[in-house]
Ligand binder design. Structure first.
Ligand SMILES: Cc1cn([C@H]2C[C@H](O)[C@@H](COP(=O)(O)OP(=O)(O)O[C@H]3O[C@@H](C)[C@H](O)[C@@H](O)[C@H]3O)O2)c(=O)[nH]c1=O
Length: 389
């Protein structure tokens, strides 16, 4: 069997926020459009999906968007009605329904079952990527597939033409103008610095806002709807969605949540990007601007270990001063620290950070993109099966 004639089922359970569906949607679209794969995306929350992809009709149990068959995965899904796919992806720690697993086990040619894991820069990931995950109760092959930052992992999601699109956008003043108009920003050139601020909340947010107010340069801060926008509205009750608030040198605007592709444009159009979770941080990498990551919080501060692992990898080749500035601000942003002093240091290093990020992007791109690496992995398994059957 060839990959392009194969049928893939991707299962996505939306736990919280938009990262799960954001990742599954990107992957599904890319597999369909760039690899000719027949993808069925099973998702249990169409309302969250619609926020990042407005074409989704929340009342349809089955629909096709961008060449992907989107299926509502609910407790009432009658699995016996659907044939199992050739490749089954269990994304981001979800568990595929037991009746579907049983159907897989009954098949003559067993589907290839992949557990697409969460992103981590920790060292152990390389050792686990691609390993089989034994299923004592079912006669099925299941494998771990880990995204990651090195060539020994599955790499990161990136569409083949993404960087080309970003470059064209940066060179096209009309397209930029249209984008700012769409956001209802009248005179973008008035601002010396444009910052996109997508984050969870932060108890010391006002220390950063005050820094920007007093920075001596005009700053536009664009905040997508969500936790941080809500916190800002608490600090400044005059602030409401789509209305600008000007305080000293700083203009804040809360943006309505936008389609996923428009969010990329926001990252390309801003000078500094605050991102969060697992998906927007990767998009910030591709945008190549200075970025600040707020990692998804876990119990017992487990996320801080992951954050340190990432900072070690990302900053490994940075000049010492720049590295210190980045790590200090990132740590304050991910703990409850005051933000003013570390911001001043970070912002004094913006040129060096931007330069470094472009090199870091080249290094990551050389690892291959996740969808292509996944396809190669599946191809190899298909060939092995043919040879041993
Ligand atoms: C701000 C914005 C984001 N997006 C998209 C970009 C991303 O695909 C998605 C946001 O996802 P993330 O950046 O990952 O952040 P998140 O906080 O929404 O998602 C998180 O969810 C948890 C359950 C996961 O465990 C986390 O690891 C993380 O992925 O939303 C839009 O489409 N429009 C927007 O306006």
């Amino acid at each position: 069997m060839s990959v392009s004639s194969s049928r893939w089922d991707i299962f996505c359970a939306v736990i919280d926020n938009f990262g799960d569906i954001g990742i599954c949607w990107r992957l599904s679209r890319q597999l369909a459009s760039e690899h000719g794969v027949n993808v069925r995306l099973w998702v249990d929350d169409l309302a969250s999906f619609q926020r990042i992809c407005p074409q989704i009709n929340v009342d349809e149990m089955q629909q096709t968007v961008a060449g992907v068959n989107i299926m509502l995965w609910s407790a009432r899904t009658s699995w016996a009605e659907y044939s199992v796919a050739d490749v089954v992806i269990e994304a981001l720690a979800c568990s595929i329904p037991m009746p579907y697993q049983q159907q897989m086990a009954k098949h003559d040619v067993k589907p290839l079952w992949l557990n697409l894991e969460y992103l981590s820069a920790e060292d152990w990931v390389e050792g686990c990527h691609g390993l089989p995950s034994p299923q004592p109760h079912l006669p099925l092959d299941k494998y771990f597939f880990f995204p990651g930052f090195t060539a020994a992992t599955g790499g990161l999601l990136q569409e083949t033409a993404l960087q080309q699109h970003a470059q064209s956008f940066s060179a096209d003043t009309v397209a930029q103008q249209q984008f700012w108009q769409q956001l209802d920003i009248k005179d973008p050139s008035y601002y010396a610095q444009k910052i996109s601020l997508f984050a969870y909340d932060h108890p010391q947010l006002s220390t950063l806002v005050n820094c920007w107010r007093q920075s001596g340069q005009t700053i536009l801060c664009l905040v997508p709807e969500g936790a941080l926008a809500t916190q800002l509205s608490g600090l400044y009750p005059q602030l409401s969605i789509s209305r600008e608030l000007v305080i000293d040198a700083l203009t804040i605007k809360i943006l309505p949540f936008m389609p996923q592709d428009d969010y990329d444009k926001l990252l390309w159009a801003c000078d500094i990007n605050f991102v969060r979770g697992e998906d927007s941080i990767i998009r910030a990498h591709w945008a190549g601007k200075p970025f600040i990551w707020q990692i998804y919080r876990q119990q017992q501060q487990a996320h801080l270990e992951k954050l340190n692992a990432f900072m070690l990898r990302y900053c490994a080749q940075m000049p010492v001063d720049t590295c210190e500035a980045v790590q200090q601000f990132w740590l304050q942003w991910n703990t409850d620290g005051l933000l003013d002093k570390s911001w001043q240091k970070f912002s004094a290093n913006l040129v060096q950070i931007a330069e470094y990020n472009r090199l870091w992007r080249v290094a990551l791109t050389a690892n291959g993109d996740l969808a292509s690496n996944l396809v190669h992995f599946v191809e190899k398994k298909f060939i092995m099966r043919r040879n041993f059957s």
